[in-house]
Design a protein around this ligand. Sequence first.
Ligand code: ADP
Ligand code: MG
Length: 756
Amino acid sequence: MHAAEKKVRAFVRVKPTAHFAQDVIKFGPDNKSIDIYIKKDAKKGVVNNKQTDWSFKLDGVLHNTSQELTYETVAKKLVSEALTGYNGTIMCYGQTGAGKTYTMTGATAEYKHRGIIPRAVQQVFRAIACSVDSFITVRISYLEIYNETLCDLLSTTTSNDMQMAIVDCPQGVYVKGLSIHSVSDEEDALNLLFEGETNRVIAEHSLNKNSSRSHCIFTIYIEVRSRVRVLSDIRCINSKINLIDLAGSERLSKTRSEGRVLKEAAYINKSLSFLEQIIIALADPKREHIPFRQSKLTHVLKDSLGGKCNTVLVANICGEALHVEETLSSLRFATRMKWITTEPVVNVTYDSEETVKTLEKEISLLKQELAMHDSLVNRSLVTYGPLTDVQVAEIKSQIHKYLQGAIDEIDIMNFRQVQEVFKQFKLIVRQQEGEVETRLRSKYILIDKNDFATIAAAQKVMADQAGVYVGELREDRTKSLISGRDLAAHLPSKSQVTVPTKNLDVKEKARNEDTVKNDAQPSKPVSEEISQRSPPSKAVAFEQFKEECGSEINRIFKENKSILLARRKRSSTVARRINIIKQEMEDIKKALEAQRQERSQQGEYVDEKGRLIIDEKEFLLIMKLKDLKEEYRCSYAELQDLKAEIQYCQHLVDRCRNKLISEFEIWYRESFLIPTYVQNALKPSGNIRPGMIPINRVMCLEEDEQERFEQMQEAMLPTGPDSVAFYKAKMKTDQKVMSAGHSSLPRARTGCEPGS
Ligand code: ADP
Ligand code: MG
């Protein structure tokens, strides 16, 4: 999850003073640049070609800036990004007395003057209060580095210095042995901050430390656990905010000569000089090795400087001319920091153990839900666990009975059973395949189709015997054909009915249609009834269908279609409107840009609080743009809704169309293709129920009709395919009864009977 490349941001904060050196320090109008002028001093013999003017461009100059505005400018964004998983580091750098501690911790006496640490703590806990569906934990540590020794400012034991060590691990750097304290609210966290400050002061006195030579790192660790809804995964975001109050950056000058002081000087605090080296190395894209381990400070900050972290530097400077050298070196340091590019990334992990736990919880919840559902529909005996051996055996026995025909149905209670049934069927199929093959092998020699050599050999053997076999075969087949015909001709009642048409092939039948009709003269009533109404064309019939039986579904179809049409129209109107709004917004943006350029050319007006003043025209443009944005948003939302509706309507229309067509097909077949008397019989008042069609009527049909009718009857059987055998048997019985000589047939096809 790579974010765009960023630069380290660097600000300069000027400590207020009554003796501000106006001639030496000058601020640019953009609040971002700062110029330093040093007067050439003839007496001190400054060589003419030495540089005496410097210009620095930073991300902001905080001059006469309140603690609140400082926080907003420097820290607010970084803290809010930390809540989404980005590590953040804020460092205060500068000579002793320039306001580092004031900026970082602030004056503890007054709330208004609190610094970045207490404000960051507040922002974090406010965010927690507002978050609904994530669980956030906050922990805190406070580390001091003094003369290359680590000191836990929040330790409950006193002798911990020796037990601490900086450890590198794939997740980053951490200080082993440093106490990290969970805090449940803002007050808790602030208690720890103040406790740390107190410990620092005590150490300063009792151990004779000079607090200006120590680095202090206050760290807020944030862990946000949230549930990724779709996957039930627990997403875990870990981040930390390092808030660093560095040791004083004042330098030991080697000589007191002004010209040289500005060039050569060593830090009092050696670790700061390593820090500076690191900064230079980090800013060089070609540098591969960065010597983080040179000092405790740089080692601890390894993953907090540049790299995958949001980094901000505040250079604290004094405004007096006296301090100009230190001011210069602080500004140089800040400029170097700005060269560093960073690539902040979200520190996210997925907690599989937690995920399993939530899934388990969800499963038990779903089981409860199922149990409730079952009890509501009186299915109280259903269980949803894996099947027991007994249950599997029961399913197996049922399937065998089903295949043998002993039972018609297999009990199905839940999904696992369905799966088991299929599994058992698969087993049986496999088993039978095996059995069939064994049986075949026991009787025949099976040859692999790809085994050409064997096939050729077998063919040769067959060719040798061909004469005999072929002759026999031909004779046999002819015989069987003849006997088939003879058999048909001599079959009892059924064949008497079927023979006349059965032996005509289709073409012949078509050619002889007229003759057949003529021949069928005596059976005129039947033929007449079948061809009474020659079917109308489907197009004509469809119109009729829509008027009559299909009127309701046609109405619904039409209604859905008109709704769809209306939504489509509305959608294109809205889309057009969105385009117009977009164009208008573009125009206003251009106009605003022009206004802005004009303003910057004419010089900008700023009120006493540093806010920009704009003219009425620009103000109106901004307001108009705001309105347009709102309108755009609303229209866009409407368009999205409409799209969803259109999709749904389209689906309905398609379904209606299909229904209309399929109903029509059925109706057409029933109305025109089935003989009228069957139609009548099939009517609700008629004497035929599907599957119970009296055989005498079936017998009266033409052969083709009868076949079709049997098919239809099978398809319409009331209890599904299981009952086919039953009805077929019943039909045969009826047939036998009839052929035993019932003469009271309503429509005896005497005309077709041979010999009539
Ligand atoms: P450092 O930590 O850099 O040595 P401090 O933060 O202790 O410097 O500041 C020295 C003194 O100056 C403190 O009394 C502090 O209250 C005061 N001070 C520093 N910066 C400001 C500021 N911006 N506004 C008001 N007072 C300040
Ligand atoms: Mg300080």
